[in-house]
Design a protein around this ligand. Structure first.
Ligand code: FES
Ligand code: FES
Length: 159
């Protein structure tokens, strides 16, 4: 039997009815059509489905939608402000921090959650923040470099 679910996603309140076993990623992708959040391993291993829930990066394939009831969710679609990219998006483009791009939405959300909590992380903290996000293309160096360039204030004036 379906239960009511109220979620604020990218600043918009949604009032939905979902089954108890419906995953957060299913609501985001299937119910709301926000397909920027990717779905791959479905077992919490790859990080492609990472979104920010109440300020924390979470793997949305590992969270029941009803566990997020009343919560604030941010997905990749909510990262830019209008036509203005978020600094981490700009940095990823400048540093060539993606190739196929499949991991990129989840990677960006992990980076954003880190920088929201700690604007001046160390290189080690950056690596730890993205260690649940698998990228088979880049070798990670360009990703760490991109996040580091935001930390170093390269995009300060563009915020
Ligand atoms: S699809 Fe969620 S961690 Fe891989
Ligand atoms: S850019 Fe292809 S998986 Fe990361």
């Amino acid at each position: 039997m379906k239960q009511e679910l109220k979620l604020t996603i990218n600043g918009q309140l949604y009032d939905l009815f979902v089954k108890p076993k419906t995953l957060l990623v299913e609501v985001i992708r299937r119910e709301l059509g926000l397909t920027g959040t990717k779905r791959a391993c479905e077992s919490g291993s790859c990080g492609a489905c990472t979104v920010i829930l109440n300020g924390m990066a979470v793997k949305s394939c590992s969270v029941l939608a009803l566990q997020a009831d009343g919560g604030q969710v941010q997905t990749i679609e909510g990262l830019a402000t209008g036509t203005k990219f978020h600094p981490v998006q700009e940095a990823f483009m400048d540093e060539g921090a993606f190739q196929c791009g499949f991991c990129t939405p989840g990677m960006l959300m992990s980076a954003k959650a880190l920088l929201d909590e700690n604007p001046k992380p160390t290189k080690q903290q950056i690596k730890e923040a993205i260690d649940g996000n698998v990228c088979r293309c880049t070798g990670y160096n360009s990703i760490v470099r991109a996040i580091t360039s935001v930390v170093n204030g390269k995009y300060e004036e563009r915020k």
